[in-house]
Design a binder for this molecule. Structure first.
Ligand SMILES: *Cc1c(COP(=O)(O)O)cnc(C)c1O
Ligand SMILES: [Zn+2]
Length: 570
């Protein structure tokens, strides 16, 4: 029952100037402030600023409105979740992308472009792909793999930029001017799509909410949901607007700080595990300020630990796995839970946990790889490790690693690693010590190395292949091999493999390099995924020298692989 309409004006929130969509779909042409869609008349049906409305081709059902029973009981309030991660791309942004893409086509754009921390890229890519309009996404280099995979599968032109979201945004704004491109993002037509949240909620019987909890990045979703309420109230469809609670991570809170100062704040940089809300320059700040002021709402922050805690609680208590930003409402509720007693509370659970599985890996102890041996499995189950792994969640790594008791063998192994690193003249930071400890804790002590690298020499030329000479200790002899590669890692691995392939040929399926601190002498953790005839092994190495970490990971991987294949083959 949605109506498409052209009876609207694009008004500037700051000076009321009327803009035309042909001229701008983003900022006011007079003062560069953000715009909003002002319809000539109120309507009981949701209105969209389009001449024609194609039904959403991807989304089939409304997202669930679910009572979170156990949390309600535990905290003495009626708590509901609107499961916005049920959208086709796992995040509420689809509501807005659906409208933005249609608007871009109506305006005859040759392509859509946008800057995103990942979710919006995935979402706009999906709708642009479906409607056959090219899409350029500018994303920061640190964008999670899952979000990049989504943009890739939907055929977006992905531009990865060294720098933050804000860098991407500035660049994309310039890129948009270089052609007949529609600049998508946290702008006026997205808000029109995302306001459907409110209409959907009312259809589901969600009229009687006292507090609505919304995580804030740019503030666009907050503004959109609030606009939905205002329009429905103006049309006489509802008579109550809940108090709006806007929440940000403490380490990324320009909006919340701005609410207290009553003016927009722009940060140089922000840093939070809730990457979807890591926005230093919140475009829709004034819409949030308006929503909080007019509903007698509130602005608050939550810490990183509180987010982790809420993320876990949603999974364990309610079975809902969300990304960190999606857990922010519960974190805020818990922080001030007395205030909300006996109230009807609605959490906007914005994104799915599958978007960012790294955050889980990073905040829990990883499971050691065991030999396929029942005794070892039973020993492991009784070792207390699993309990510690569960308890490790959300505590700082310092706390649980300090309690980690290594046996003598592992202690010795750990000291070997440290002395090798110290020999290079490097002192380990706390974080590096913890990572190294957990690496060693997972290690198989009885591992026999079929090959070890004694020495190597690389000859590098600026525009040529890299040449590697590697001295290897095999079980019965020492050899020197030579090989070429496109880079030092490739050359050295080719050198090693030219001998070790006779023992067990291993293919490198994947290699990941994790640099643990911003310093140039940072410890580097290399993770290799190796395979042979359909079997796979994962192996890690750590050193301030990337090449050495690669060598460690490979020779260790070979040892693990030979051990497991020799066991299987008798
Ligand atoms: C984009 C996003 C937010 C923040 O929404 P804004 O409109 O930028 O305030 C919150 N959670 C998730 C999962 C998001 O993708
Ligand atoms: Zn203006």
């Amino acid at each position: 029952m949605a109506t498409a309409t052209t009876n609207y004006e694009l008004k500037c929130v700051a000076n009321g100037h009327i803009n035309s969509a042909e001229e701008t779909t983003t900022y006011c042409t007079q003062c560069d402030s953000v715009l909003w869609v002002d319809y000539d008349e109120s309507s009981e049906d949701i209105q969209y600023p389009l001449e024609q409305l194609v039904p959403d081709p991807i989304k089939t059902n409304p997202t669930s409105l679910k009572e979170l029973d156990r949390l309600s009981e535990k905290y003495g309030a009626a708590i509901f979740g609107k499961l916005e991660f049920e959208h086709p791309t796992g995040c509420f942004k689809d509501r807005g992308s659906y409208i933005e893409v249609q608007k871009a086509m109506e305006l005859d754009a040759d392509a859509i472009c946008l800057a995103s921390t990942g979710n919006m890229a995935a979402s706009v890519a999906a709708y642009a792909c479906y409607f056959n309009i090219p899409c350029f996404v500018f994303v920061p280099e640190k964008t999670t793999e899952a979000k990049l995979a989504q943009a890739t599968i939907y055929d977006a032109n992905i531009i990865r930029i060294k720098g933050s979201f804000s860098t991407c945004e500035q660049l994309c704004r310039e890129f948009a001017k270089s052609g007949n491109y529609y600049l998508a993002g946290d702008f006026v037509f997205r808000e029109e799509g995302q306001k459907s949240f409110t209409y959907e909620l009312m259809d589901q019987g969600g009229e009687d909410i006292d507090y609505i909890f919304i995580p804030i990045g740019c503030g666009t979703n907050f503004g959109a949901i609030y606009k939905g309420y205002k329009e429905m109230k103006a049309a006489g469809s509802i008579d109550k607007i809940p108090k709006f609670v806007g929440i940000q991570p403490e380490q990324s809170s320009p909006v919340v700080e701005g609410i207290f100062k009553k003016e927009k704040i722009v940060k140089e940089q922000v840093q939070t595990m809730a990457s979807s809300v890591a926005v230093p320059d919140p475009v829709d700040f004034y819409k949030v300020l308006d929503g909080i002021d007019n509903t007698d709402g509130m602005a608050m922050t939550v810490t990183e630990d509180e987010i982790l805690d809420a993320l876990k609680e949603l999974a364990v208590q309610e079975g809902q796995f969300v990304e960190p930003a999606g857990a922010i409402p519960l974190a805020a509720f818990k922080k001030h839970n007395e205030k909300f007693r006996d109230k009807n509370c609605l959490f906007v659970m914005t994104g799915t946990g599958f978007k960012d599985t790294k955050v889980v890996a990073k905040h829990s102890l990883s499971s050691p790889v065991l030999s396929p041996d029942l005794d070892k499995v039973i020993n492991y189950v009784n070792s207390g490790f699993i309990e510690m792994q569960k308890e490790s969640w959300g505590k700082s790594r310092d706390t649980f690693m300090a309690n980690l008791k290594m046996d003598e063998d592992h202690e010795r192994l750990y000291n070997e690693y440290v002395s090798k690193i110290n020999k290079k003249g490097k002192t380990l930071t706390n974080n590096e010590i913890e990572v190294l400890q957990s690496l060693v804790f997972d290690e198989d002590i009885d591992l026999e190395y079929p090959a070890e690298v004694l020495d190597y020499k690389l000859t590098m030329r600026k525009h040529g292949l890299v040449h590697a000479k590697v001295k290897l200790a095999l079980q019965d002899r020492e050899v020197i091999t030579e090989a070429k590669g496109v880079g030092p890692i490739d050359a050295i691995l080719s050198g090693i493999r030219s001998e070790t392939d006779n023992i067990l040929p291993l293919q490198v399926d994947n290699h990941e390099v994790d640099i643990l601190s911003p310093d140039t002498d940072s410890l580097v953790m290399v993770t290799l995924t190796l395979s042979n005839e359909g079997q796979q092994w994962v192996s890690k190495g750590a050193s301030p020298d990337t090449l050495e970490a690669v060598i460690q990971a490979f020779t260790k991987g070979l040892a693990i692989a030979t051990k497991s294949t020799s066991r299987i083959n008798g």
